[in-house]
Structure formats: structure tokens, C-alpha cells
Design a protein around this ligand. Structure first.
Ligand code: SF4
Length: 458
């Protein structure tokens, strides 16, 4: 049996697409193995959102060929879509596809393994007329949470962002099809589903049906049996219209956790970024959301070192981020992306200044995350447990070694479980062997740098 190994860089949408491809390769008779062992095929799903992502993609491609020089290396995703010449020039690459036609990959791979179609798989890079590529939901996802991609593409062209070039125009999975997948996910026993998309808030906007929208989708999705939690991957600030706000505020199965990219807390920089809001709009949105959703976690993305960002703009950004009291923060250093408007801007920020600002912003993000964790101490929340923490990963665990060893003697397994509250706090607790995929009420007792320790009350 041929062995295939997969590697994903980038966002949750990429993650979903890789998992979907794994399912297709399994059906085609491949054995799926870990990336890091010798395989006959390596599939690398790339990201190109920053130059660091490009570099990591290239490193992973080289690593694959080193693992087995005889293996076929297939490169897919945003990097070859945006820069096919860079990928074509890498001697380790045997075939590549962009962000379309990925369902053809198994056929192309088979033909290449049989020595046919030497140049097969080099696709056209035109998004014109692109339809939503429906990549099947994978039942064997190795988690308690299922992911489902319902939207692709973006037409907003923020000045720094290469995503519209990589992903093409807005496309959505038809509503009934999406709901069918959710029913399957519910029947398969998943308690939580994460809805993903490149510009998720614009779900349905490409549809002929004027009623089609993310809010409509969510209204139907919450009625599906079996699924207890629905999480949204990321929503742009400007996409919260009245109806979406109203639906999200009803709570219920919709998790009180929203990722709302801010990018900068300075209005001059936001306008150079061609973002469609200013800080007062953003602050008012957060007030509305927090006023109607209890224990809401709001996480965000921030970019530092955008061209023209002077110290005063950065200080404004720091101050605004502090006021927003995010539950967690992803900090990126700006890097020019070919083909974007900002790549032509003057006044670049020096790398050492970018580095310093990045460190300061990361430190603030950690401080805010700590404050958010602390607000939850002493309270009980439902936690969906996903993973057992292996003994070797317990270097900073709060659980006393003797206690763990005692439990191990009884069961033969380490029994520390990790899971998430609805508002996405990472929690660890001593549990029972059958806790994977179960929701348990856990009282949160102690804070550690990236998780809270808790136990069942009583
Ligand atoms: S909204 Fe802006 S930042 Fe987000 S994917 Fe579209 S262009 Fe990129």
C-alpha cells in the first residue's frame, strides 16, 4: 500500500482542505502516515500570507524530499496559486496545484506514480468563473471538534492582503448542502463544529437567493440535533449587520467566542490598510456584542510595522488593543506581498523596529489573555474534552507527578485531559478514560500560562 503524508501551513481553511484530501486519498487506497516518516507521497498545503509563510512552505518542501528522495512531492494551495514560477523553480517539486481543482490530485498523483503525465497537475491560475470547490467533510477527523468549510474567496482587497489573489472571488457552499453536512457531523457524534471560510461573514453573498447569508445559515444550523456547539472561525468587523448581531446574541449553541480581526488600532493606518472601519466603529461593535453575550471572548489579529506606521501610530494601536481587552491576540509583522497595493507604498518600517513592536504587542496580548483567564477562576463551565495530554508533554503541568503516577497505575494511561470551554479557554483536568468528545462541567481553579487547571465540582 502506498504511503501518503500531509503537511498544512496557514489557516483553518487550509487545515480543513488538507483533512478532506486525506479522506479522499484514504478512499483511494493510500495509507496516511505522519509527516516525518518515509512516505511515497508528500502533499504540502502551503500558505503565502507573509514572506515567513513562503519561507516555511519552501522549507517543508525541501524537508519532504530529504525524508525520501524517491517520493513524489505535491505542492498545493495559496503559494503556487499566487507564485507558480517560484514553485516550478524548486527542484524538489513534482507537481503542483493552486486553490482550485484539488479534487483532481489523487488522479494526477496516480498517473505520475505510473510514470505518466510528466507535467500533469500544473493548473491554470485564472480564477475567472471559479465555483465553490466542494471538498467533502472527513469523518475521521482526529478531534472531538469537526471543521466545515462553507465559504471561499474574498473581494475586499485590503491593501496589504494577497488572499483575494490566492483565493479568488466570493463563493459559498449552498445552504442545503452545508446543512446536510452538519446533519452528518451531528450523526457522527461530534459535539462541536467550527464553521470556516476565507471571508466567512460574506457567506451567501454570491448566491442568487437574496435571503442567503451567514445569519440565515446559523439560524438553520442551530436546529440540527447532536451538535451542541457551533463556533465561527473569524468574522470581519464590517460584516456584523443587524441580523447577524441578533442571531449571534441569541447564544444557545453559538459559542460566545468571536475572532474579529482588528489589524491596527490607529485610524490613519487602518485607512492606509483599506480596512472598512475605524476604531470608534470597532469599539462600538465590541460594546454591543459584550452587552448582549455573557462571558464573550473576543480574539483578534494585529499587524505591526505597516508602511508609514510611526511610533505615535503604534502607541495608539497598543492603547486601543488594551481597551479592547482581547482574550487572545495573533500578532503579525507586515511583509510586502507582490501584487498588493501596499507593496508599492513608501515609508517601510525598519525590521528592527518591526521586531521591537512585535515583541511589545505580543507581551500586551499575553497580559490581556492572562486577565481574561483570571476572570474565570472559581467558576464552573462546560468543557468539551478533546485530547489526552501525554506524559512527555507535562513539563509545566500543575498536576503532581505522584498523583499522575497513581492514576497511571490504576488505568495504565495518563489521564490528564485537555479541552475547551464555549468561550475557548483551554482547560486541563484529571479525567476518566472515556472523556474524549464528552462535555463535563469543570470548576476552574488555577491559571497557567496557556491553560486553566480545573476539576469536576464536588
Ligand atoms: S477582508 Fe481583507 S484581510 Fe481579510 S481576506 Fe479579504 S482582503 Fe484579506
Amino acid at each position: 500500500m502506498l504511503k501518503a503524508a500531509f503537511y498544512t501551513l496557514g489557516c483553518k481553511v487550509n487545515y480543513y482542505e488538507t483533512e478532506s484530501l486525506k479522506g479522499i486519498f484514504l478512499q483511494e487506497g493510500f495509507d496516511i502516515v505522519d509527516f516525518g516518516v518515509e512516505a511515497d507521497l508528500f502533499v504540502i498545503n502551503t500558505c503565502t500570507v507573509t514572506h515567513v509563510a513562503d519561507r516555511k512552505s519552501r522549507q517543508t518542501i525541501r524537508r519532504a524530499k530529504k525524508l525520501n528522495p524517491e517520493a513524489l512531492v505535491a505542492v498545493i494551495g495559496c503559494y503556487p496559486q499566487v507564485n507558480p514560477e517560484a514553485i516550478r523553480a524548486l527542484p524538489q517539486v513534482d507537481l503542483f496545484l493552486g486553490t482550485q481543482e484539488r479534487l483532481s490530485l489523487p488522479g494526477l498523483v496516480k498517473r505520475r506514480l505510473q510514470g505518466q503525465d510528466k507535467y500533469g497537475g500544473i493548473s491554470s491560475y485564472d480564477h475567472e468563473g471559479a465555483a465553490f470547490e466542494e471538498m467533502p467533510w472527513l469523518k475521521e477527523q482526529g478531534r472531538a471538534r469537526a471543521f466545515l468549510k462553507i465559504q471561499d474567496g474574498c473581494d475586499r482587497f485590503c491593501s496589504y492582503c494577497v488572499v483575494p489573489l490566492a483565493r479568488g472571488p466570493l463563493r459559498s457552499l449552498p445552504l442545503e448542502k452545508g446543512l446536510d453536512y452538519l446533519r452528518e457531523i451531528g450523526r457522527a457524534g461530534f459535539k462541536e463544529v467550527v464553521l470556516t471560510g476565507i471571508h466567512l461573514g460574506l457567506y451567501g453573498m454570491d448566491s442568487q437567493d437574496r435571503e442567503s447569508s451567514l445569519a440565515t445559515f446559523l439560524e438553520e444550523a442551530v436546529k440540527i440535533e447532536g451538535i451542541q456547539r457551533i463556533r465561527l472561525s473569524s468574522i470581519e468587523p464590517a460584516d456584523f449587520d443587524e441580523k447577524l448581531l441578533e442571531v449571534i446574541s441569541r447564544g444557545g449553541k453559538l459559542c460566545p467566542h468571536l475572532h474579529i480581526p482588528l489589524q491596527s488600532g490607529d485610524n490613519f493606518i487602518l485607512s492606509r490598510m483599506k480596512r472598512s472601519y475605524n476604531t470608534s466603529f470597532y469599539a462600538s461593535l465590541l460594546r454591543d456584542l459584550r452587552g448582549s453575550i455573557a462571558d464573550l471572548a473576543i480574539s483578534s489579529d494585529i499587524m505591526v510595522g505597516f508602511p508609514g506606521e510611526e511610533e505615535k501610530h503604534f502607541l495608539n494601536s497598543l492603547q486601543f488593543v488594551r481597551e479592547c481587552a482581547f482574550s487572545s491576540l495573533h500578532v503579525f509583522k507586515y511583509s510586502p506581498r507582490p501584487g498588493t497595493e501596499a507593496a508599492t507604498y513608501s515609508s517601510p518600517v525598519k525590521p528592527e523596529v518591526q521586531e521591537k513592536r512585535s515583541r511589545e504587542m505580543i507581551a500586551l496580548g499575553e497580559e490581556l489573555a492572562q486577565q481574561f483567564q483570571e476572570q474565570h477562576l472559581g467558576r464552573t463551565f462546560p468543557v468539551l474534552f478533546e485530547n489526552k495530554i501525554e506524559y512527555s508533554d507535562l513539563s509545566c503541568s500543575s498536576f503532581p507527578r505522584e498523583c499522575l503516577l497513581k492514576e497511571e497505575k490504576i488505568t495504565g494511561n495518563p489521564l490528564i485531559w485537555e479541552g475547551f470551554t464555549p468561550n475557548y479557554l483551554r482547560v486541563r483536568a484529571l479525567g476518566k478514560p472515556d472523556w474524549r468528545g464528552k462535555v463535563k462541567h469543570i470548576c476552574l481553579k488555577k491559571r497557567y500560562p496557556n491553560y486553566l487547571e480545573g476539576s469536576e465540582p464536588g
